[in-house]
Design a protein around this ligand. Sequence first.
Ligand code: MG
Length: 254
Amino acid sequence: MRAFLLSFLMLQALLPLCAQTRIVAHRGFWDCDGSAQNSLAALSHAQEAGFFGSELDILVTADGIAVVHHDNEIDGLQIEDTPYHKIKDIKIKNGETLPTLEEYLKQAQSGNPIKLILEIKPHRTLNHENCAVLIVTGLVEKYRMRKQVEYISFSLNVCREIKKADPKAKVSYLAGNLSPEDVKRAGLDGLDYHYTLFEQHPDWIARAHKLGLTVNAWTVNRAEDMRTLIKEGADYITTDKPLLLKDICESIKK
Ligand code: MG
């Protein structure tokens, strides 16, 4: 009876927190048939599953086309140094051709509503990064999707340039080397850090919230880590296992 009461009280304590924790599918929902990381299918599966958000990685080609891909190179070609026509027909793992950001934005406008978490990758020079930011924010503006996207980057320069291009954009920093106070001073909106950093700095989530910053943790694939972060009040969890996280959130709500 005592054990039952204890678990009931623990669930009650988790309830309001879990309601706030949103599921972000890391590189889309790719852990299913016909999908692949950063593919259009991964976005479509994330929409069908009803997740809050779908994260994607963006690099810009030598001639200014924003493509969705994680690694700096594809088939041995550095994306930054290569014109789009030389890589546009390359197939990714599920047989799709390399998606562009424009295709991703169009797809996100149809089907179930979903937030796109746009990760602009660090580029080799500040000039490249600044151009990449203008191209990406320009496309978001073109498709009138400012409210449907949030931005993340490991590059503090990219984060600051996004804010210059669109002061109302929601921008979170990924690299994990800044305290919540430093992120606030940099004029950004959130921390999006590897989950182990919140273990090393147990007061960062509360400090971030006190400053009005949001907290996202990546890439959280184990149930026990998900439960801990939900309990600690993480606003978002980015995961390769979004169905597992969904089950945990639903079991807490019951
Ligand atoms: Mg990413």
